[in-house]
Design a protein around this ligand. Structure first.
Ligand code: 6K6
Length: 140
């Protein structure tokens, strides 16, 4: 299974360490195509690539993935765009968020039938959350 992990870049890098841990957990379920999202090297100033190349490459990966998993606690235009594309293309989409920081998510996510929302607070909870989620959906 190919997993596209989405997390904020220009929306803010406060949670980069959390993205790294989520990517490590996700790697038990498939190939994570976007490991750079959890890199401390990737700052708000981003990769040293032109925007069009980043866009084309990421959309190509998104098209080829089986699953989009997004951490949506920190609002990011890019992550929202990727979720919109993924749902339009019929991909399975799981959005993880921490209600203590973002108690009410955008209705564009919360009201979207193609998006599964999963609240959590601590990274330790996610191991079980992902195991339950992928055993009930992804392997089918
Ligand atoms: C260049 C300069 C500053 O940021 C960059 C961008 N570098 C990126 N590299 C890889 N993926 C990116 C980049 N910018 C956006 N993305 C994609 O959008 C990722 O897949 C993320 O999930 C999402 C982040 O969007 P923003 O709006 O928070 O940047």
């Amino acid at each position: 299974m190919k997993i596209y992990f989405a997390g904020s870049i220009r929306g803010g890098r406060d949670d980069w360490y959390l993205y790294r841990e989520i990517i490590a957990l996700l790697s038990a379920y498939g190939d994570v195509l976007t490991e750079h999202i959890g890199s401390s090297e990737l700052a708000v100033t981003g990769e040293d690539l032109p925007d069009k190349e980043i866009y084309d490459r990421d959309l190509d990966w998104l098209k080829r993935c089986d699953y989009l998993v997004a951490e949506v606690t920190r609002p990011s235009l890019g992550v929202g765009f990727e979720i919109g594309k993924a749902t339009e293309w019929g991909k399975r989409v799981l959005c993880l968020y921490r209600p203590s920081i973002t108690p009410s998510l955008s209705a564009m996510l919360a009201g979207c039938e193609g998006v599964t929302l999963q609240a959590y607070e601590e990274i330790e909870e996610l191991q079980l959350v992902l195991a339950n989620h992928f055993s009930s959906t992804a392997m089918k």
